[in-house]
Write a protein that binds this ligand. Sequence first.
Ligand code: PLP
Length: 421
Amino acid sequence: MKQQTLALHAGYEKDSQGTMAVPIYQTTAYEFRDVEHAANLFALKELGNIYTRLNNPTTDVLEKRFATLEAGEAALATASGMAAIFYAIANAAEAGDNIVCASQLYGGTLTQAAHTFKRFGIEARFFDVHDPEQIKTLVDERTKVIFFESLTNPSIDVADIEAIVSIADEYGILTIVDNTVATPILCQPLKHGVDVVVHSASKYTTGQGLAIGGIMVERKMVADKLKDNPRYPQFNEPDESYHGLVYLDTPLPPYTLRARLTLLRDIGAVVAPFNSWLFIQGLETLPIRMPVHSKNAMMVAEFLVSHPKVLKVNYPGLVSDPNHELAMKYFKDGMCSGLLSFEVEDFETAKAIVDRTKIFSLVVNIGDSKSIITHPASTTHQQLSEAEMLACGVKPGLIRLSIGLEDPEDLIADLKQALEG
Ligand code: PLP
């Protein structure tokens, strides 16, 4: 089936009431039939609902639908995109290990990797997403993850997914890709051999800036990469914290299973059922929205290129953009999503332009149906050092736009008056 059909139907079997909308199961816990039933559920002899920190029927539909859209095997929804990224990495790495990350990352991911994981004894090493060969100089026997974004925020670079995957596979290392900006409608990294995909569902998934959430999706047959791989004993050896369970000895998708049974159980950044329901509503129109975001962004990018005050425009849809070829290879019909950025002379010029826009809202978010303008140097990337900022492509005069679903002519008129005001 095609993405638009799957976005409306995958993962949902109507209940006995024939309910068309996916019901919101607003509950903390679930009654067991008897003690044996309860024991069977805890022992995974039977699968079913135990407690909403571990699973929930509304969230289950979201997980199944997202896994289907990403052409994956199983998914785990979380309370935020940051939680999904944390769980995806912490499922593979522990104190003493290292992770190799692209430098061009969302600011929050960069600080999580460089600072929070460091405090947990996990070292982050960085490579330029345009030079995957650097990965070879960074990995060793304690490298557990190679992490990158398919379409980077805010530097708007496109990763050569297959080049990175082929290096990772050479060493038997898991790849994790943040596919938030591209969405599964434009790009399906798992089909290019990536092992795990993560998302901030707070962006295009909700589509209207309604809720914070995240999701992690595992590739089919990721078990083959984990099986007897000395890098990942936690999937091959008994887990003391789960009465000796060996994750790879079960028929269940191991990456999601372990993240759910250990990380979600013990750390508990679980998505609320109501938010899962909002994400399900958003997914229904995602395949319709992404082409419009992409078309509008292309028109805005073309306008900006032609404006004398604009020094540089970063949008892979432009033939002149250095990422264009990769975008044509990896993104459906060459559509490049709604995120673009442009550079003006300096910090002060950027500030004045941002303040003069009227339709664009000054907000630190992306992927809303309403257009958004951000000045990364004073907001999302403020906490980074100057060197870290430059390494991830953020200059003082950089302005980021998340192009929404308004009429593109109105957006262009707004930017024109802001640039010339
Ligand atoms: N990944 C990307 C690419 C993002 O842009 C963001 C947030 O802006 C996140 C992850 C973090 O997601 P959340 O805000 O849902 O925690």
